[in-house]
Design a protein around this ligand. Structure first.
Ligand SMILES: Cc1ncc(COP(=O)(O)O)c(C=O)c1O
Length: 337
C-alpha cells in the first residue's frame, strides 16, 4: 500500500499511478496486452478519434474488502456497454474476456494504489477505446486502441450526503432522439458541456435534461440517471437517449429486494411534483440526493426531502454490496485475491 497517499482526502480526479494496459486491434484482430508506464499516447494526426469522434470510455470502481479481497462491481456490464457503444459508432470492441483480463492486470499492477478498506475511497478504472486509423474522408477506422488506466478516488460525499440542486433547460439537448445518447461516447459529453457550465454558474450541480423530441419527459441528470420515489415505488425513466446506467439497473433490483416496487417507464415532467424523493445515480456517487429542481422557463421550483429515507437505504445497501460488507446475493462482484 502506498503510504504517501492521504486516502481520506483524495478528490474525484486523475491521480498518476504506475501502469496502464493497452491492446491494439490491427489486421482484423486484437494483439497482446501491453503494460505501459507512460501516461501518453502516440496518435496519428488524422486518426478517427480526433476527427470523427470515434471514442468510447467507461467508468467503474474497485473496492478493497475487509477480507483483503478486491471487488470490482459488475465489470461484465461495462464490457457489454463498450461493445454496444462500439457497435453504435462503427468501432471494434474488446471481447469480454480481454476486457476482464486487462482489468485484472491493471488492478494487480497498481495494487499499492487501491485504497484500504473503510476509507470511503476506491480505485476508479477508466477503460478507453479510440479509433487510431488515419482517415480524411468521413469513414470508420479499422484500427483501434483499447486501454485501461486507474486512479484512486475519494468518496464522493466526504461528510455524509449533501443534497444537490438540478436545473431544467429547454435551450440545450444532450442527445438526439435517434442519436448516440444510449452509448458512452465522448461526443455526448461535449454536447453537454455548455449547458452543464451554465448550470454550474447559476449554482446548480447539473442539468436535468428533458426528452429532446417533445420536452415532455424526464431523460437524465448530466452524467447520471434519474429516479424518483413515490408510494414505496422506485421510478426511473425509460428513454432511447439516456445511458443505461449500471448503478440504476442495480438500484432497481435492490429496491425490489428490499420490498419496494420498481418501475421503468416514461416519466412525464408533471410527475416531478408528485415524488417524495428524487436522486441522480451513477458510479461516481452511487446516489446524489436531489433537494431542488428549478424549471426557469416555467418559473417553477420542486423541492424534496433529501436525503430521503429510501434513498439512504438504497445507497447503504449498494455500497455494502460493493465493499463486501453484506452478502452479494446477486453475484455482482468480480473478486480478485
Ligand atoms: C450520461 C450518463 N448517464 C448515466 C451514468 C451512470 O452510469 P453508471 O451507473 O453505469 O456509472 C453515467 C456515468 O457513467 C453517464 O455518463
Amino acid at each position: 500500500m502506498n503510504s504517501n497517499i492521504d486516502w481520506g482526502n483524495l478528490p474525484f480526479d486523475y491521480y498518476k499511478t504506475k501502469y496502464n494496459v493497452r491492446a491494439y486491434y490491427r489486421d482484423g484482430k486484437w494483439g497482446e496486452i501491453e503494460i505501459c508506464s507512460s501516461e501518453h499516447i502516440t496518435l496519428h494526426m488524422a486518426s478517427t478519434a480526433l476527427h470523427y469522434g470515434q471514442e468510447i470510455f467507461e467508468g467503474m470502481k474497485a473496492f478493497m474488502g475487509k477480507d483483503g479481497k478486491v471487488r470490482v462491481f459488475r465489470p461484465e456490464e461495462n464490457a457489454k456497454r463498450v461493445q454496444d457503444s462500439a457497435k453504435g459508432i462503427m468501432m471494434q470492441a474488446p471481447p469480454t474476456e480481454l476486457f476482464l483480463e486487462m482489468m485484472e492486470k491493471v488492478i494487480r499492477l497498481n495494487k499499492e494504489f487501491i485504497p484500504p478498506y473503510n476509507t470511503g475511497a476506491s480505485l476508479y478504472l477508466r477503460p478507453l477505446l479510440i479509433g487510431t486509423g488515419a482517415r480524411v474522408g468521413v469513414k470508420p477506422s479499422d484500427e483501434f486502441l483499447f486501454m485501461i488506466f486507474v486512479s484512486p478516488v475519494g468518496p464522493y460525499f466526504k461528510e455524509g450526503f449533501s443534497p444537490v440542486s438540478m436545473m431544467i433547460t429547454r435551450q440545450f439537448d444532450r442527445a438526439a432522439p435517434l442519436g448516440t445518447g444510449k452509448f458512452k461516447v465522448g461526443g455526448n459529453y461535449a454536447a453537454s458541456l455548455t449547458s452543464m457550465e451554465k448550470a454550474h454558474a447559476a449554482g446548480y450541480a447539473n442539468v436535468l435534461y428533458l426528452d429532446a423530441k417533445e420536452k415532455k419527459y424526464i431523460d437524465e441528470c448530466g452524467p447520471a440517471n434519474f429516479f424518483g420515489i413515490r408510494d414505496n415505488t422506485y421510478i426511473t425513466p425509460e428513454s432511447e437517449s439516456i445511458l443505461p446506467s449500471i448503478t440504476n439497473k442495480s438500484l432497481f433490483e435492490i429496491a425490489q429486494d428490499l420490498g419496494y416496487k420498481a418501475e421503468r417507464r416514461r416519466v412525464p415532467l408533471e410527475e416531478l411534483e408528485t415524488f417524495e424523493e428524487v436522486g441522480a445515480c451513477g458510479t461516481a456517487a452511487v446516489i446524489s440526493p436531489i433537494g431542488k429542481i428549478r424549471d426557469d422557463d416555467r418559473d417553477v421550483e420542486y423541492t424534496y426531502d433529501a436525503p430521503g429515507k429510501i434513498s439512504i437505504e438504497l445507497y447503504n445497501r449498494l455500497l455494502a454490496i460493493q465493499t463486501g460488507d453484506v452478502e452479494d446475493k446477486f453475484n455482482w462482484n468480480y473478486l480478485i485475491d
